[in-house]
Design a binder for this molecule. Structure first.
Ligand SMILES: NC(=O)c1ccc[n+]([C@@H]2O[C@H](COP(=O)([O-])OP(=O)(O)OC[C@H]3O[C@@H](n4cnc5c(N)ncnc54)[C@H](O)[C@@H]3O)[C@@H](O)[C@H]2O)c1
Length: 242
């Protein structure tokens, strides 16, 4: 029996990178998955590859009506929602005084507002099921000051704040909320391979693999983590130890 047998999960930003890997791992662990993304073609192809346990819905996480369609699909196809992985995210870096206002607004809308909106939309269904687990993708950039990462970093600091307060508010409903803070993760759209100098700054001297991050997300979503909520879970090879 898989670690997520009988559970239904929504995973956002699942057409590529970490989200696609989480979707594969969740299905392998016995979950039903509604995967969502802006990228329809790759999302549909992944859902087809995963078979009957998967559905794809094209979604912009900052759209309320898109969230309504995602929740409806999960309820109609699989009877409810047990797990939300707020994984979709945008990334750009530049000196703090050179960011373009429209790009700043957009990134905050996707990374912060979109994560909150997802939580608010799945909670009624989770309450009906007697509980649930929410995993929010933050970042090491949401726990340190990193040059040129002011806007992205601000969004991920906000995701950690959202996680902790949501854990307070939703704990009585048996809904756990945790944050995952990766450092560099290979084979993603956001990380194109670090320089040898950058790798030397990581005690383990390499980026995380997709499976290493998915292992952590599966654990936090599973019944092995029933007393863990509100936590910051670093997965950075020790990069944040300074
Ligand atoms: N790659 C890393 O090294 C790294 C490190 C720390 C944290 N993270 C975080 O992990 C998460 C996954 O990142 P990744 O590296 O797999 O990125 P990625 O760029 O490979 O994938 C992100 C996905 O989100 C989707 N997306 C973007 N905007 C969206 C929107 N408005 N609505 C729906 N989908 C949208 C994209 O189409 C893409 O498929 C992100 O939240 C990211 O900030 C990544």
């Amino acid at each position: 029996m898989g670690k997520l047998s009988g559970k239904t999960a929504i995973i956002t930003g699942a057409a590529q990178g970490m989200g696609a890997n989480h979707a594969r791992r969740f299905v392998a662990e016995g979950a039903n998955v509604v995967l969502t993304d802006l990228q329809e073609e790759t999302g549909v192809a992944l859902a087809q590859e995963l078979g009957e346990s998967a559905r794809f819905v094209r979604q912009d996480v900052s759209s309320e009506s898109d969230w309504d369609a995602v929740v409806k699909t999960a309820e109609e196809a699989f009877g409810g929602i047990d797990i939300l992985v707020n994984n979709a995210g945008m990334y750009f870096i530049c000196p703090v005084d050179e960011a373009e206002p429209d790009k700043v607004r957009k990134l905050l809308e996707v990374n912060v507002f979109g994560s909150w909106l997802g939580i608010s939309k799945v909670v009624p269904s989770m309450k009906q099921r007697g509980g649930g687990a929410i995993v929010n993708l933050a970042s090491l950039a949401g726990a340190r000051g990193i040059p040129w990462h002011a806007i992205y970093g601000a969004s991920k600091w906000a995701v950690r704040g959202l996680t902790k307060t949501a854990a307070y508010d939703l704990g009585p409903a048996n809904i756990r909320v945790n944050a995952v803070l990766p450092g560099a993760v290979q084979d993603t759209g956001m990380f194109s391979g670090g320089t040898p100098e950058q790798m030397q700054q990581i005690p383990l001297q390499r980026p995380a693999t997709l499976d290493e991050v998915s292992d952590l997300v599966v654990f936090l979503a599973s019944s092995e983590a029933t007393y863990i909520t509100g936590g910051d879970h670093f997965i950075d090879g020790g990069r944040g130890l300074w």
